[in-house]
Each structure stands twice: as C-alpha cells, then as structure tokens.
Design a protein around this ligand. Structure first.
Ligand code: S3P
Length: 198
C-alpha cells in the first residue's frame, strides 16, 4: 500500500492534497477532442490539490461567446490566436492543471511554450473512442460539416507528431476516467523521480 500511496494512485481513488512528489510546473493535458482532457484534468487537479483551468472555457470567458460562435463569427485563425494568448497567460502563473483544446499544438509558439514551461501529457485514444465521445454533444465546430469520423481520423493523423512530443503519453481508458487519472499520477511520480533522482 505504501508504494501505491507514493505513486499517488490512492490519491486518484480517494482524493487528498498530497501527491507525494513535487509539482513545480504546470501539468498540461494535450490530445484530440473527445480524449477526456477536461474531465480527467478536473479530477487530476483535485487529486493533486491544484487549480484546474480549461483553455476553451477561458477563451469563451475572454471573448464573451462560445467556441462555436467564435469560429462562426471570426474564423478558426482568429480562434487560434486567442487560444495561443490564453494558454500563454495560463502558463505564466502558479502551477495548475491545464486542459488544452485539441488543436492548440498546431501553433508553434504554443508548442514551444508548453515544452519550456510545462509537463505535458498526451491523453491518447483511438478513433472509435474519440468519435464516440466527441459526438455526444454538438458543440465542436470542426465536426459540424462532413463525416465526424473522417475529420477526427484526419486531424489525429495530422496532429500525432505534435502530440507525440509530450513529456508523457497516457492511454485514455475507455469509460473509466479514474483509471486514467491513476495512470497519470503513477507516470508523474515516476517522471518526478527520474528528474530529481529521488
Ligand atoms: C478543437 C478542439 C476543441 C476546441 C475547438 C477546436 C480542435 O477543444 O478547442 O473546437 O481543433 O481539435 P476540445 O479538444 O476540448 O474538444
């Protein structure tokens, strides 16, 4: 049980404030829409005793409109500019858990910033899982036209080289977000040990 405590697995099952390893950088969740970044991120933050921020929600707050409206009224390029600014602001403060939008890493400056300032975690999931989760609600502008499966498969293949640069890769467990959180906590503990040599 002691080693489970140390890896933080118990923290995921029974949230508490001591992860058992130092957190000196923001933890940045990256990956496709539908990977579970927001749900997993919120639970991870709770387990680590950190604040949670969702980049899309912050963009919506700053713009005073939904992501869909932003895409419609100002276009994707303008959304991407806002997204890069918001992520830069969120990474400048105290360590948090940050869920990024699926396309955030298509911006080179955002990629460099996350690499320099954060510990990034690619929440990896297969196309079936992504399609199932991302189409539950009709809120994703990029899935409004065309076949969602084709769009998701294409974006995943275009973006995989960026996601694969993440510090850690964790497979999103179908249907069981707490298991994903536990896997992240274990990987973070191992990563922290390898960095500090503790
Ligand atoms: C996008 C993903 C969305 C949101 C926007 C664009 C993308 O975020 O930022 O619709 O390009 O993949 P989620 O990954 O949180 O769905």
């Amino acid at each position: 049980m002691a080693s489970l405590e140390k890896t933080g697995v118990m923290a995921a099952l029974n949230p508490k404030q001591d992860p058992g390893f130092p957190i000196d950088r923001p933890i940045v969740l990256v990956g496709m829409m539908g990977a579970g970044k927001t749900t997993v991120g919120r639970r991870l933050a709770k387990a680590l005793g950190l604040a949670f921020r969702d980049a899309d929600a912050e963009i919506e707050k700053a713009a005073g409109m939904s992501v869909s409206e932003l895409f419609e009224k100002h276009g994707e390029a303008s959304f991407r500019q806002g997204e890069a600014k918001v992520i830069a602001r969120l990474l400048a403060g105290a360590p948090i858990v940050l869920a990024t939008g699926g396309g955030a890493l298509t911006n080179a400056a955002t990629r460099a910033l996350i690499r320099d300032k954060g510990v990034s975690i690619w929440l990896r999931a297969d196309v079936d899982t992504l399609v199932r989760r991302a189409t539950r609600r009709p809120t994703r502008p990029l899935l409004k036209n065309g076949d969602p499966r084709e769009t998701i498969a294409r974006l995943l293949s275009e973006r995989t080289p960026f996601y694969a640069e993440a510090t850690l890769t964790i497979d999103s467990q179908p249907g069981a977000h707490n298991r994903t959180v536990a896997a992240i906590l274990g990987a973070l503990a191992a990563h922290s040990t390898s960095r500090t040599g503790a």
